[in-house]
Design a protein around this ligand. Sequence first.
Ligand SMILES: *[C@@H]1O[C@H](CO)[C@@H](O)[C@H](O)[C@H]1NC(C)=O
Ligand SMILES: *[C@@H]1O[C@H](CO)[C@@H](O)[C@H](O)[C@H]1NC(C)=O
Length: 332
Amino acid sequence: MKATRVYLLLHVLLSAGVLVHSFEPVTTTLFGFGLAAVGRAIYNYLHESCGPKWIHFNATGLQADLEAKLFGQHIASRIILKSVTGFMGNDNPKKPLVLSLHGWTGTGKNFVSQMIADNIYKEGMKSSFVHMFTAELHFPHLSQIETYKAQLQQWIKGNVTNCAQSMFVFDEMDNMHPGLIDSIKPYLEYYESLDGVSYRKAIFIFLSNAGGESITQTALDFWKAGRDREELELRDLETAISLTVFNNKNSGLWHTSLIDKNLVDFFVPFLPLEYRHVAQCAMAEMKAKNLLADPAVADQVASEINYFPKTERIFSVKGCKTIASKLDYFYT
Ligand SMILES: *[C@@H]1O[C@H](CO)[C@@H](O)[C@H](O)[C@H]1NC(C)=O
Ligand SMILES: *[C@@H]1O[C@H](CO)[C@@H](O)[C@H](O)[C@H]1NC(C)=O
């Protein structure tokens, strides 16, 4: 709204400049130029550009977001904060940051990508420097895989040429054709530059359900052994992830050479969510909607969703995914 008004004003100013200019060419040329310069300054001010005004990492903000809005993910939270802060604080990274987020649906993988974007780009996920790709949406037809490969390479190259600090998020990696993943491999490497373009300041995030089952199994084993979930460490899950991810032919991309070449900097496991986390999600959602956060409502919502395994009923089947719509239903 505000931006539109300024544009209007800008337009009037520029037209006035041109008008005056055409009446009195000599004396008002400077005036016209002046207005044009002001116009350009305002335009740059309003329009997202690839510079520190629009791209500025806020480590405190990321930490605060992870603490306040992501529940039950003590391992993921720690890795994300450390890796992104380290990468953004490095003026001369040797390769782009490549994160691979793994876990059950609704556990916060998309949400975390959004938090990262929010704390780097002023425009967050809406930024023209943040690109999200989904197999179903962007690369739906197997028969066109060669076209997609060329297109994707062109997009990455074009966008990084425009802005080195670009971010690319690949959702549903499990459905992505392995050939497609292979085609972006060169951009993830340690090259100083490729055809004169350096990719070292870019961020690539892969989201996938691969490994979700073994992460869940490990969490379940912990629970059955009466151990505290927070005692789970990355190394407890690494084997679980790598076994499925490396060996499972169904997990699409993973028999590509992304892994053997160590192009992925961090594999980030997302744990399945328990009742208490779902209730926390509901509380956060109420706050976000400016509703009075009522623990009784949160309890009610958390008790209405499905849990597995059938006998123990510990983990939410859909994580926190349906909480927002459940709340809508509750309040209407
Ligand atoms: C960083 O994030 C914190 C917490 O959200 C906020 O208070 C602060 O204003 C932010 N700093 C900048 C420079 O945006
Ligand atoms: C940047 O990526 C988008 C897809 O997110 C694509 O539509 C656009 O053409 C790319 N820009 C360039 C300059 O290649």
